[in-house]
Design a binder for this molecule. Structure first.
Ligand code: CA
Length: 367
């Protein structure tokens, strides 16, 4: 009799939606959409459904769509790219304006001033060609490490860019410099009148190497994802004019490599999450917004290079904390670089960073 009762309780618990029944976790399906690429750094989708993929050595690949059957419409070689170490053609984003699709690319280029990271804007033709190049943001030093270079077109219709310290840590605290910052400019590159520092593209400072940037689908708040030194990878809620501590402090009150000129840890903004005593090499970040994601809807997914997995985070109610929830696809595809949502928020696209012409674009979506 006791076994029967127990069996009924199990049956009831698994089949009857109780008054506090939460949405279920989604069952995810995965598919390799592209293979044989070379360091695909980032992905963007146009409103019409084209898929654009950067390859760090210097190209943008344009596909008719994000399926396995999509046609390769063209490959744009970005001029003057100096790809070396972690630098090259990195973040990409799209925007639709006055009936035209525009593409923003963050790239490391050899120009008259030297080796610089720049944000280029192109017009995308219907046939998939990138035309009418314009530099809308420049003056950021490039290096073989710490370039940042995520770019997103925000819900506020501004161009947002993360910039690393280019291995000159002190520059992250220099408000007049553009390295170690989150930058924000208008569509054509002018400084928005509502930026926190008048006449400056600097939106927030004190970053080491932020390679991820994503906007919460409900609150529209920006979140950056960055690499820590040997400890404290971070997720930061990026707020105007705030200072996130590098290189004085990392994580929540761990000393960084520089002390001169530093204030107390409490004078800097603390991360929404930090990895603590080790690093995962957190790279791209993306929110999923479709109801198909059920209980994971509006959560942040972060790709990791070193740990070779995808990490799921829930943003706390006040927006200031990110809670690590689960680890997905551990080791399945090697090092993961990008996490990008489709425009519908239904699918998440990942890229690998394994080299040797073996890299892939992978689609993840709820069944
Ligand atoms: Ca920090």
């Amino acid at each position: 009799m006791r076994r029967l009762v127990a069996a009924f309780i199990v049956f009831a618990a698994t089949t009857l939606p109780g008054p506090h029944a939460a949405a279920a976790a989604p069952t995810l399906g995965t598919r390799v959409i592209r293979a044989g690429l070379s360091y695909p750094w980032d992905i963007a989708f146009t409103p019409g459904g084209k898929m654009l993929v950067t390859e760090r050595p210097g190209r943008v690949r344009v596909y008719s769509d994000g399926t396995r059957n999509g046609r390769l419409l063209g490959v744009k070689t970005i001029p003057k790219v100096r790809a070396e170490g972690e630098a090259g053609v990195m973040g990409i984003a799209t925007a639709r304006r006055d009936g035209t699709t525009y593409v923003f690319v963050c790239a490391s280029r050899q120009v008259s001033a030297g080796w610089r990271n720049q944000v280029l804007r192109y017009r995308l033709t219907k046939g998939g060609a990138l035309r009418d190049q314009k530099v809308i943001l420049g003056g950021m030093r490039a290096n073989t490490i710490h370039n940042g270079c995520a770019v997103e077109y925000g819900p506020d219709k501004k161009v947002w860019v993360t910039m690393g310290d280019a291995n000159r840590p002190a520059t992250a605290q220099d408000r007049s410099g553009r390295n170690g910052k989150v930058l924000r400019v208008n569509f054509g590159g002018r400084i928005p009148s509502d930026n926190p520092f008048t006449g400056s593209p600097v939106y927030a400072l004190g970053f080491r190497n932020p390679q991820g940037l994503a906007f919460h689908p409900v609150t529209n708040r920006p979140y950056s994802v960055e690499h820590g030194p040997s400890v404290n990878d971070e997720i930061n809620r990026v707020r105007p004019g705030r200072n996130y501590g590098w290189p004085c402090w990392t994580g929540s009150g761990t000393r960084g490599p520089i002390r001169a000129g530093c204030k107390a840890a409490s004078e800097y903004s603390r991360p929404a999450w930090s990895s603590g005593g080790s690093t995962l090499a957190t790279s791209g970040g993306a929110f999923v917004s479709s109801a198909k994601w059920q209980s994971w809807r509006n959560e942040l997914f972060v790709a990791t290079l070193k740990e070779q997995d995808l990490r799921r985070f829930r943003i706390g109610d006040n927006g200031n904390t990110a809670f690590a929830r689960s680890v997905l696809f551990n080791g399945r595809w090697g090092r993961l670089r990008a996490a990008t949502p489709t425009r519908s928020g239904r699918a998440l696209y990942l890229t690998t960073s394994n080299g040797g012409g073996t890299d892939r674009v992978i689609r993840v979506r709820p069944r």
